[in-house]
Design a protein around this ligand. Structure first.
Ligand code: NAD
Length: 261
């Protein structure tokens, strides 16, 4: 459906989960893809999954570190050409009530989820502007940007920050014909979920999804393809929720009328 044959796409956090799904989708649509991740084994597995094609480049990166991000972006351009799309996806989701939270944990979440998005978009945005080419920057937030959950104050704050960062960057880069948009996924089934989120949490959350199931990395990837496509040319600074309707409101409430339906 989408053709990205002439595109060079960079994805952070692409060694697993949603980032890998996004990289796979762009690769499947013909793009050259650069996958960056903190964990080398994840990158090796990802390259295997993409069939070790010559259109795939992998590089370790720590999105918290500007030098590391610059090195990844430069290496990616050498390998797959000037970037036309970047997806700032890398993120972490630890849990801790505020009163027990350490400063280190707060910093790790903000540095990965918010500073990482800033550094990735800044590095790629600078290249796009210098080359004078239009481009697409996509950030990954979460339904947590406007729906709080206990144990995730740092995560929710970081994801709300991603949304406002996206909007301001879109204002600044419109003149360069660079679209900047954000995807806010709802619950998405990835390997990590199985370890870090309790069964009770997942069961309760799934019960509030009108679509009746959690999302998959492919659901999020399809939204990324759309936002990076010419169909989204006049869309910028937007947040696209991809959540099966779970962000629509208080879905756990019963029908509000007096007559049973
Ligand atoms: N899975 C969900 O339910 C869900 C819901 C909403 C939003 N999100 C967001 O989607 C994004 C991807 O999440 P996921 O569920 O695929 O997680 P995941 O843990 O499966 O994958 C995240 C990847 O990011 C990498 N990473 C972590 N820190 C990094 C760093 N400093 N530098 C580079 N790479 C780093 C990890 O190694 C991992 O491969 C995150 O931003 C997350 O907050 C996920």
């Amino acid at each position: 459906m989408f053709d990205f044959k002439d595109h060079a796409v960079l994805v952070t956090g692409a060694g697993a989960g949603i980032g890998l799904g996004i990289a796979q989708a762009f690769h499947g649509a013909g793009a050259r893809v650069a996958l960056g991740d903190l964990r080398e084994p994840g990158l090796a597995r990802a390259a295997e999954k993409l069939g070790r094609s010559e259109r795939v480049f992998t590089h370790s990166v720590d999105v918290r570190d500007g030098k590391s991000v610059d090195a990844f972006v430069q290496a990616a351009e050498r390998a797959i050409g000037p970037l036309t799309v970047a997806v700032a996806n890398a993120g972490v989701y630890p849990n801790s009530p505020v009163l027990d939270m350490t400063v280190d944990e707060w910093d790790r979440v903000m540095e990965t989820n918010l500073r990482g998005v800033f550094l990735t978009c800044q590095a790629v945005g600078r290249r796009m502007v210098a080359q004078g080419t239009p481009g697409k920057l996509i950030t990954i937030s979460s339904g947590a940007y406007n729906s709080g959950r206990k144990g995730a104050a740092h995560y929710c704050a970081s994801k709300a920050g991603v949304v406002m960062f996206t909007k301001v960057l879109a204002m600044e880069l419109g003149q360069h014909r660079i679209n900047v948009n954000c995807i806010a996924p709802g619950l998405v089934t990835v390997d990590r979920n199985l370890n870090e989120v309790s069964d009770e949490y997942v069961k309760t959350l799934v019960a509030t999804i009108p679509w009746g199931r959690p999302g998959s990395p492919e659901d999020i990837a399809r939204a990324a393809l759309f936002l990076a496509s010419p169909f989204a040319e006049f869309i910028t600074g937007e947040v696209l929720s991809v959540d099966g309707g779970s962000g629509t409101g208080r879905t756990y409430l019963p029908y509000s009328g007096t007559t049973r339906r």
